[in-house]
Design a protein around this ligand. Structure first.
Ligand SMILES: N[C@@H](CCC(=O)N[C@@H](CS)C(=O)NCC(=O)O)C(=O)O
Length: 209
């Protein structure tokens, strides 16, 4: 049994999607980030960074979105969420997960949390620079999906695509949302038709995209 500590639409959404795709039993614990629930001592004991997601795995608290997606793939090797270990496709899947976790994801974090840079709000030039970096990420990923798509690994939808769709969703209010890139828009459309995508919206109480 898993327990996912989550906030609606936050980084926990990728792990929530993976749990739904796996069809395994899990419990949800919602954290009100605006109210500071992530700083409560009881939660900090589970996740010293005070962030979501945290996933209790057999009672052990585990964190870091990318690590959790890899862990779930390891624990459920029969699932279609990841290619088989030792294959070229597995290497590509790992590379994409780590790329998404290292390139666009921290840019979103910086955009959403100016306090990480010691500011109350971003100077317009800082925000513009972060947005340009994000657009460069979409350029790179879109070029790949245009050649190799419709998903990151070609014909198969994996947890890397669930993560990518979540990140694309985060860009919906950006000056140039990720759906402005055609191959990315197509990938997002495909992910949005999955029952897990609809269900996560119901369970987390999210508006459409
Ligand atoms: N590196 C972490 C980052 C997680 C993260 O920054 N989560 C945000 C929500 S998207 C959070 O919990 N923010 C609350 C806070 O920092 O106070 C991961 O990949 O899981």
């Amino acid at each position: 049994m898993y327990t996912l500590y989550y906030a609606p639409g936050a980084a926990s959404m990728a792990v929530h999607l993976a749990l739904l795709e796996l069809g395994v039993p899990y419990r949800l614990e919602r954290l009100d980030l605006k109210a500071g629930a992530q700083h409560a001592p009881a939660y900090r004991a589970l996740n010293p960074h005070g962030t979501v997601p945290t996933l209790l795995v057999e009672g052990h608290p585990r964190s870091e979105t990318i690590a959790l997606l890899i862990l779930l793939a390891e624990r459920h090797p029969q699932s279609a969420l990841a290619p088989a270990p030792g294959t070229d496709a597995r290497a590509a899947w790992l590379q994409w997960l780590v790329h998404l976790g290292n390139a666009p994801m921290p840019l979103f974090r910086l955009l959403a949390y100016p306090a990480d840079l010691g500011a109350e709000r971003h100077a317009p030039e800082t925000r513009a620079a972060l947005e340009r970096r994000l657009e460069a990420c979409w350029d790179f990923i879109d070029a790949h999906v245009t050649k190799a798509g419709p998903y990151l690994l070609g014909a198969a939808c994996t947890s890397a695509d669930l993560l990518l769709a979540m990140l694309m969703r985060w860009s919906r209010h950006a000056p140039r949302p990720a759906t402005a890139w055609p191959a990315l828009a197509r990938l997002a459309d495909l992910v949005r038709t999955r029952p897990s995508w609809r269900r996560v919206h119901e369970l987390e109480g999210l508006a459409a995209w």
